[in-house]
Design a protein around this ligand. Structure first.
Ligand code: HDE
Length: 750
C-alpha cells in the first residue's frame, strides 16, 4: 500500500484538471468558470515527458542501452516536418492548379500524409484483441533459488516488466466489463533473455489439445453471418460447443462465476494454467504451476454493474488501471508457485498435471510466494507498446522449461506464427517494446522491417571468417537447458490419455467451494446466458451437463429456463471443496478504491472537507458529486449529477439532500404526490438505489442520512447513518474491507 500522501497529492492535482472539464455541463451553472485558455500562436517547447516516463527506444535491436532521450520520436520540436525531416510550410491545403483547380499528383506531402494514414491500422489479435498494458518491476524474494537456475528469481533481483491485460473474445474496440476470461500476460526483461508468462485469470482451459483452439474460438466469436454478438458468450454457438465438449464445462463454470466479471485488473488472480518444469544448477527438476496473487484480493463486479458499465464506461478496466498507477496506488501481485515432484507419471494427488482442465487445490499444494510485481508506469504510446507487444510461451530463460501438456505444445507454435501477420514479418522482436534487455547475438538476418545493421560476413556456424563467433554457450556460461526428459516409447496416435476423460469432478469441486451468494451468481449467469440461446436443443444439452455437476444448480437453472431438470448420467463426484476458490469471507486492503460523495451546495457542508481528507488518508479516492461543476465549499467537484453513475464508485456517501437541479427529469413518483422523494434530485436517488442493489456500502450524515431514511435503507445491512461525517465514513470504510455487503444480496441456495 502507498503512502496516502502520494495518492492525495496526485488525486488533488488530477482533480484540479478534472474540474476544468465538466464544469459547464449544466447551462448557467453557478460554479466558478475557469479563465479562457490562450490559443498558442508561436512555436514553443514540446510538452515535457510524463513523470518517470522512459520510451522503450532506450534499447537497441540487440538489447544494448542506447542512452536515447526519453522521447525518442514524435512531437519533439517546434516545426512540422515530412517523414524525412524537411520543414513544411502548410499541411492544411493540398497543392492545386489554382484555388478551384484539381489536386496535383506531384503533391508529395499530401501523398505521404494520406498514404501513411491509410496504413495506420494493423490486424488486431485473433484472440485477446482488447487490452491494456503497464510497465513495472518484479522483485524476487529468492525463495525459488533452490528450484531453478533462473537468475531473475535470485534473492533481491529486480527485473523490468511489461504486463498486458485483456479480454479474449471481443474486438479491439469492445467493452471491458463483458463476461469473459481475462488475459494476464507478463514480459520479464531478464538479463538472461526474456521470460513471457502468458497467463489468464482462470486456472483451467476449455480444451485439452491445441488442435481444438480454432474450434472453440470460432464458437465463441460472433456468428459469421451477422457478426453478432460482440464480446459475448451468451449465444448459441458458444453453448453448442461447450455442451458438446464436456471438457469445457470446468472453464465455463469459472466464466459463469464472479471470475468472469472482475472488478478491476488490479483485483484478479493470474494463472499460468499449464504445468511447467524448473531446473536448477544441479540439473534437478520440479514441476510447477505459476500463480499471481493480487495484494488487493480477488473481487468482482455484479452482473448488473458489468452490463451498465458496457454503456456508461466501456473503458472501465483500462481507466481504472491507468488512474490507479497515475495516482500512485500502484497495483501489486505476488508471484507464487505450486511445486510438485517431477515423477514419470506427472501427476499429483491423483491429478494429471498435463491436463489443462484441472487445478491442484491450494489446500493440497500451497502457493509459495517467490516475488513481488509492482506496476508503476503507464505506457507512453498505446500502439507502440500495448498493441505491438508480442508475447510467446516459448520465451523462456535458462531454468524454466515446458512440459508435454498438449495445449502448451500447440501454443509454442502459435504465438510466433500469429505475429508474422499481425506485426508484418519475422523481425517483431526488434520492435522497441519487444526488445530483450539481454544482449542478443543471433544469426537471424534480413526480413521485413530489419532494424539492425548486422556487421560481419559469416552468420553461420561453424565459421572461420568472423573469428568463429558466435560460439555456443555451455553450462558454465548459463545456457538454456532443454531438460532431457525421457520420451515414452509409444505408437504415434491422435489420442488423449485416459485421465483426460474426467470432465465433471473438478467442476463439482468448484461449485461446492462457492459461498451461497457466489452460487447464486453462477445460477443467474447460466440462466441468463442459456436464456439468450435460441435453440432449445442446446439449452437442454447444457442442462444435461449441469445435472452431472450438481442437481441443485441444474434444477435452479432449469426453473429459470422453464425446462424440466434432467437426471445425471454419471455418478456425482465425491470431492472435497477448496475454500481457497471462494472470493468471499475475508478482509482486504481498500487502497485505490473510489468513494462518491454527494454534496448539496445549499446544505450543511461543515464535515465535508474532514471526510474527504479521511478518504485520502485511507488511501482511497474521494470524488465529489454535485448538481454543477466548479467548486463547492472551496473544494473541486469531480462529477455532476449528469456525469456520475453509481457503477464507478465502490461506496457512496451522502453529505446532503440536494433538491432537483434544473436539468433533472421529474422523479418517478413525483406525480404520486410523494413530497419527500421528489424533494431530492432523482439522480441522487438512482445512485442510492443502484449502490444498494449492487451490495455496496452506503453512508449518510445530516440531511444525507435523512435521504437514506426516506429511501427505507436505514437499518438494512451495510447502510451507515448517525454520528458525524467522519464516524459514518469510518463505518463505511470497514465495510469496504469485505468488498461488498453480500448479506444484502439474495441467495436461494445454501
Ligand atoms: Fe493464447 N493466444 N492460445 N492462451 N493467449 C494468443 O497470441 C493460443 C491460451 C493468452 O496480451 C495469440 O499474440 C492457442 C491459454 C493471452 O498479447 C495466439 C491456445 C492461455 C494472450 C494464441 C491458446 C492463453 C493470448 C493471439 C490453445 C492462458 C494475449 C495474439 C492451445 C494460459 C497476449 C497473440 C497479449 C494470445 C494462441 C490458449 C493466454 C493466437 C493456440 C491456455 C493472455 O497466438
Amino acid at each position: 500500500s502507498k503512502p496516502a500522501k502520494v495518492v492525495k497529492d496526485a488525486v488533488e492535482a488530477a482533480a484540479e484538471k478534472l474540474t476544468d472539464a465538466p464544469a459547464t455541463d449544466v447551462p448557467g451553472a453557478p460554479g466558478s468558470a475557469p479563465p479562457p485558455v490562450e490559443e498558442p500562436t508561436a512555436p514553443h517547447d514540446p510538452l515535457p515527458p510524463k513523470r518517470e516516463q522512459g520510451a522503450p527506444q532506450t534499447r537497441t535491436p540487440t538489447g544494448a542501452r542506447t542512452g536515447a532521450p526519453t522521447t525518442a520520436s514524435g512531437q519533439q520540436g517546434a516545426y512540422l516536418t515530412t517523414a524525412n525531416g524537411a520543414r513544411l510550410r502548410d499541411t492544411d491545403h493540398s497543392l492545386k492548379a489554382g484555388p478551384r483547380g484539381p489536386v496535383l499528383l506531384q503533391d508529395h506531402h499530401l501523398r505521404e500524409k494520406i498514404t501513411h494514414f491509410d496504413h495506420e491500422r494493423i490486424p488486431e489479435r485473433v484472440v485477446h484483441a482488447r487490452g491494456a498494458g503497464a510497465h513495472g518491476v518484479f522483485t524476487s524474494y529468492g525463495t525459488a533459488e533452490a528450484l531453478t537456475m533462473a537468475g531473475f528469481l535470485r534473492k533481491g533481483r529486480s527485473t523490468d516488466v511489461f504486463v498486458r491485460f485483456s479480454t479474449v473474445l471481443g474486438s479491439r474496440g469492445s467493452a471491458d466489463t463483458v463476461r469473459d476470461t481475462r488475459g494476464f500476460a507478463t514480459k520479464f526483461y531478464t538479463d538472461e533473455g526474456t521470460f513471457d508468462l502468458v497467463a489468464n485469470n482462470i486456472p483451467v482451459f476449455f480444451i485439452q489439445d491445441a488442435i481444438k483452439f480454432p474450434d472453440i474460438i470460432h464458437a465463441g466469436k460472433p456468428h459469421p453471418d451477422r457478426e453478432i454478438p460482440q464480446a459475448q458468450s451468451a449465444h448459441d454457438t458458444f453453448w453448442d460447443f461447450v455442451s458438446l465438449h464436456t471438457e469445457a464445462q470446468h472453464h465455463t463454470m469459472w466464466n459463469m462465476s464472479d471470475r468472469g466479471i472482475p472488478r478491476s485488473y488490479r483485483t484478479m488472480e493470474g494463472f499460468g494454467v499449464h504445468t511447467f518444469r524448473l531446473v536448477n544448477e544441479a540439473a534437478e527438476t520440479v514441476l510447477v504451476k505459476f500463480h499471481w496473487k493480487p495484494k488487493l484480493g480477488v473481487h468482482s463486479l455484479t452482473w448488473e454493474e458489468a452490463q451498465l458499465l458496457g454503456g456508461v464506461d466501456p473503458d472501465f478496466h483500462r481507466r481504472d488501471l491507468y488512474d490507479a498507477i497515475e495516482s500512485g496506488a500502484y497495483p501489486e501481485w505476488e508471484l507464487g508457485l505450486q511445486v510438485f515432484p517431477d515423477t514419470p507419471e506427472e501427476t499429483f494427488g491423483g491429478i494429471d498435471l498435463l491436463d489443462p482442465t484441472k487445478i491442484v487445490p491450494e489446500e493440497l499444494a500451497p502457493v509459495q510466494p517467490v516475488g513481488l510485481l509492482t506496476l508503476n508506469r503507464t505506457p507512453t504510446n498505446f500502439f507502440a507498446e500495448t498493441e505491438q507487444v508480442a508475447f510467446h510461451v516459448g520465451h523462456l530463460p535458462p531454468g524454466i522449461d515446458v512440459t508435454n501438456d498438449p495445449l502448451l505444445q500447440g501454443r509454442l507454435f502459435s504465438y510466433v506464427d500469429t505475429q508474422l501477420t499481425r506485426l508484418g514479418g519475422p523481425n517483431f522482436p526488434q520492435i522497441p517494446i519487444n526488445r530483450p534487455h539481454a544482449p542478443v547475438n543471433d544469426m537471424l538476418r534480413d526480413g521485413f522491417h530489419q532494424q539492425a545493421v548486422h556487421a560481419g560476413v559469416a552468420p553461420y556456424r561453424p565459421n572461420s571468417l568472423d573469428g568463429g563467433n558466435p560460439f555456443p554457450a555451455g553450462d558454465d556460461a548459463r545456457a538454456f537447458v532443454d531438460v532431457p526428459v525421457r520420451v515414452a516409447e509409444a505408437p504415434k496416435v491422435r489420442a488423449n490419455p485416459v485421465s483426460f476423460d474426467d470432465h465433471y469432478s473438478q467442476v463439482r469441486l468448484f461449485w461446492l467451494s462457492m459461498s451461497p451468494v457466489e452460487k447464486e451468481h453462477i445460477i443467474r449467469a447460466y440462466t441468463f446466458e442459456l436464456g439468450k440461446c435460441y435453440h432449445q436443443a442446446i439449452r437442454e444439452r447444457q442442462l444435461r451437463c449441469l445435472a452431472n455437476i450438481d442437481p441443485v444448480l441444474c434444477a435452479q437453472v432449469a426453473t429459470g429456463l422453464g425446462l424440466p431438470a434432467p437426471e445425471p448420467t454419471v455418478p456425482l463426484a465425491d470431492v472435497t471443496p477448496s475454500p481457497a476458490l471462494s472470493q468471499v469471507g475475508r478482509e482486504w486492503p481498500t487502497d485505490g478504491r473510489t468513494v462518491g460523495i454527494v454534496v448539496d451546495p445549499d446544505g450543511d457542508l461543515d464535515d465535508l472537507d474532514e471526510v474527504r481528507q479521511a478518504v485520502f488518508a485511507a488511501g482511497m479516492v474521494p470524488l465529489l458529486i454535485a448538481p454543477h461543476g466548479g467548486m463547492v465549499a472551496d473544494l473541486p467537484v469531480q462529477r455532476t449529477f449528469a456525469t456520475a453513475r453509481s457503477v464507478e464508485f465502490d461506496a457512496l456517501l451522502l453529505a446532503g439532500a440536494p433538491a432537483p437541479a434544473p436539468d433533472a427529469l421529474p422523479a418517478r413518483d413525483a406525480k404520486a404526490g410523494s413530497a419527500d422523494r421528489s424533494a431530492v434530485d432523482p439522480r441522487v436517488l438512482l445512485l442510492v438505489e443502484e449502490c444498494w442493489r449492487h451490495a455496496k456500502a452506503i453512508g449518510g450524515w445530516g440531511a444525507g442520512g435523512g435521504v437514506l431514511r426516506q429511501f427505507g435503507a436505514t437499518g438494512t445491512p451495510g447502510v451507515v447513518t448517525g454520528g458525524s461525517g467522519a464516524e459514518v465514513f469510518d463505518g463505511v470504510r470497514s465495510l469496504m474491507t469485505a468488498h461488498r455487503v453480500w448479506e444484502r444480496f439474495p441467495a436461494s441456495v445454501a
